[in-house]
Design a binder for this molecule. Structure first.
Ligand code: FMN
Length: 163
């Protein structure tokens, strides 16, 4: 199993003054419709704004992928809520590490649904689908890439949740 199955993270092992990046994939427990995704994003954006957490959320065919960026004491309560959330299961941490600079500094939670993934990161579609067998580092590289491509105002028409 290439992913860590342990969602327990020791946030105190990180310097509180340094940003961290936490990424994972998970499976939705219900058929998340557009309304479900909107509710989820509303929750996420509200709390992330309050805690200065930024990142990106992908959803395609029952699989979520997410990157969270922020200071350890801000990411921790959000992570605890995410882990306890019944809307998904089989959470597989891809990576957690310190982060020199935010990739999604303008987004409290940028969102890519199936159409945006097909258009902007088509390789990620396969990666998420085969997430149990795919390399975590490859999925993570693809998820991070949309941060780089969207850091400028490139006119893409995606669902965005700006800070
Ligand atoms: C896939 C997924 C991603 C989520 N991402 C976030 C997030 O980035 N920030 C956040 O605050 N909540 C996120 N949530 C929602 C939380 O699990 C939770 O509902 C929300 O933080 C409100 O929690 P509270 O009512 O305990 O304050 C996510 C939930 C799921 C299923």
């Amino acid at each position: 199993m290439p992913f860590s199955e342990d969602s327990q993270i020791d946030f105190s092992s990180f310097n509180p003054q340094e940003l961290i990046e936490l990424s994972y994939v998970s499976k939705s427990t219900t058929d998340v419709g557009i309304l479900g995704l909107m509710n989820l994003l509303e929750d996420a954006v509200h709390k992330n704004k309050k805690l200065g957490v930024t990142g990106v959320l992908f959803y395609d065919s029952g699989i979520f992928g997410q990157i969270l960026e922020g200071y350890p004491n801000c990411v921790e309560p959000i992570w605890n809520a995410i882990v306890a959330d019944r809307r998904h299961e089989e959470i597989q941490v891809l990576d957690i590490d310190k982060l020199p600079k935010r990739r999604f500094s303008n987004w409290s939670m940028k969102f890519y649904g199936s159409d945006e993934i097909s258009k902007y990161v088509p390789e990620l579609k396969m990666g998420l689908k085969a997430s149990e067998n795919a390399l975590p580092s490859e999925i993570l590289t693809l998820m991070r890439s949309v941060g780089f491509q969207s850091s400028g105002n490139d006119g893409q028409n995606q669902t965005e949740s700006r800070l």
